[in-house]
Design a protein around this ligand. Structure first.
Ligand code: ZN
Length: 363
C-alpha cells in the first residue's frame, strides 16, 4: 500500500475504547428489543477521543484538538461519517464541542478501568483477505477492514492479550455480538474476514462444533507486530499539524503516567486481594483499623470527647494488624505500590511542583 503521502500524524500508539461507551450503545426499546444509540463508527470515534480528552490530576481536563479531516484519516472513515458520529456523541452527551475542532468528553479516568484496546492501523491499513468461494475457487482482495471488523479485531486484541498471556481466547459469535452490540450475523461475518485476513486463527480441534458453541481464537501477533513496525517507519517522516501536536504532547505525558500508576497500584491491590483471600481474618482486622481511624479523625476534627481512648484502641488494632502480617513474614509495606519512579511516585510531578525528569528517561 502506498503510504508516502502521509501528511498528518496519526496516533502511533494504541488507544483505548472505554466499555462505558460500548455499553451506552445498547438500550431496550418499548417492545423489549435491543437497539443501538451509537453507530459502530461513533463508538470508535468517541472511544478514540476519550484518550485525548480526559480529567487530569489537578482536577482539570485536557481538550482534544482534532480537525475533521485528520480524525477521519486517523481512523479510516469519511468526513460524513465523522460528522455523523460526532452528532450522535453530542446527542448522547458523551461529548461536547466548546469550540471548533475541540472536543471535551464526559469520561473520567476512573471509568477507564475496562476497555477495548485498538491500534489506529486496524482501521486504516489494507489487509489481504483470501478465501475459497462456494465453487472451491481461490479468491482474494486487498482492502481496509470495515469499522465493525476493526472493532472485532480490537476485541480479540484485547481479550487474547489478557491475563494468562496465552494469546488465546474462547468465545462464541453471540459473545462478540453481545459485547459490541452488533448482530450475531455481523459478528460471524467479521470473524470470517479476520480469519481470511490471517489476523486471527482458530485451530482445527478448537472450532466450536456440535454443542460446543465457543471456539478458541488466537491472535496473529507476528503479522500485527510487523505492520506496526512498518507504520512506525513511515510515521517518522509524517508531517504533524502543529496545533494538534502541541495539544497531544501534554496528553501523551499524562497517559504515560496514569498507566504507570495504574500498573503499580493494581499490582499492589492484587497482592493484597490474594493475601486476604488466603487469610480472611485479615479483612476483619483491617476493617476494624479503618473504622477506628475514621472515628479518630472525626473525633479530632470535631473536638469530640474520648479522643485519647480512640487513639489507644487504634494503636492497639494497628499493632495487632502488624503482628498478624509478621506471622506470614509480611509487612504493610508489601501491599504498597512499587512505583517505577520513587521520586515522583509515577505522577510526573516532584513534591516541590517541578516536573520529574523520568518522562525523558523512559525507554
Ligand atoms: Zn519521576
Amino acid at each position: 500500500m502506498e503510504r508516502a503521502e502521509v501528511t498528518f500524524k496519526p496516533m502511533e500508539e494504541y488507544f483505548l475504547i472505554s466499555e462505558n461507551i460500548i455499553r451506552k450503545r445498547k438500550y431496550k426499546d418499548d417492545r423489549g428489543k435491543w437497539r443501538n444509540r451509537l453507530s459502530p463508527s461513533a463508538v470508535l470515534i468517541g472511544g478514540y477521543l476519550t484518550n485525548y480528552s480526559k480529567k487530569t490530576e489537578d482536577g482539570g481536563q485536557t481538550v482534544c484538538v482534532r480537525k475533521y479531516e485528520s480524525l477521519g484519516k486517523t481512523l479510516g472513515v469519511s468526513h460524513g461519517t465523522v460528522a455523523n458520529a460526532l452528532a450522535q456523541l453530542k446527542q448522547e452527551e458523551i461529548l461536547s464541542v466548546p469550540k471548533r475542532s475541540s472536543y471535551l468528553t464526559n469520561f473520567s479516568e476512573v471509568q477507564y478501568k475496562y476497555f477495548l484496546r485498538g491500534e489506529p492501523f486496524f482501521f486504516t491499513d489494507a489487509f489481504t483477505i483470501k478465501w475459497k468461494d462456494p465453487a472451491g475457487e481461490r479468491r482474494s482482495e486487498v482492502r481496509p477492514l470495515t469499522v465493525i471488523e476493526g472493532l472485532v479485531l480490537c476485541y480479540f486484541y484485547t481479550k487474547c492479550g489478557n491475563k494468562k498471556k496465552t494469546n488465546a481466547f474462547d468465545c462464541s459469535y453471540a459473545d462478540i455480538a453481545y459485547y459490541l452490540g452488533i448482530s450475531p450475523r455481523s459478528a460471524w461475518s467479521a470473524v470470517r474476514t479476520l480469519l481470511h485476513a490471517d489476523l486471527i486463527f482458530c485451530r482445527a480441534g478448537e472450532k466450536g462444533v456440535n454443542g460446543r458453541i465457543k471456539s478458541t481464537y488466537r491472535l496473529n501477533d507476528g503479522l500485527l507486530c510487523r505492520r506496526k513496525r512498518e507504520l512506525r517507519r513511515v510515521l517518522k517522516n509524517a508531517v504533524a499539524d502543529p496545533i494538534e501536536q502541541a495539544a497531544d504532547a501534554r496528553i501523551d505525558r499524562e497517559r504515560f503516567y496514569s498507566e504507570r500508576r495504574f500498573r503499580a497500584e493494581s499490582a499492589a491491590e492484587r497482592k493484597k486481594e490474594k493475601f486476604s483471600a488466603a487469610h480472611p481474618e485479615y479483612n476483619n482486622v483491617e476493617r476494624e483499623c479503618d473504622t477506628l481511624a475514621r472515628e479518630e479523625a472525626k473525633a479530632e476534627a470535631l473536638g469530640l470527647p474520648g479522643l485519647p481512648q480512640l487513639q489507644e484502641r487504634l494503636a492497639k488494632k494497628q499493632r495487632e494488624k502488624r503482628a498478624f502480617l509478621r506471622r506470614f513474614g509480611m509487612t504493610e509495606e508489601d501491599f504498597l505500590p512499587h512505583y517505577s519512579c520513587p521520586k515522583c511516585r509515577d505522577t510526573g510531578a516532584l513534591p516541590d511542583g517541578r516536573a520529574c525528569d523520568c518522562y525523558f528517561r523512559r525507554e
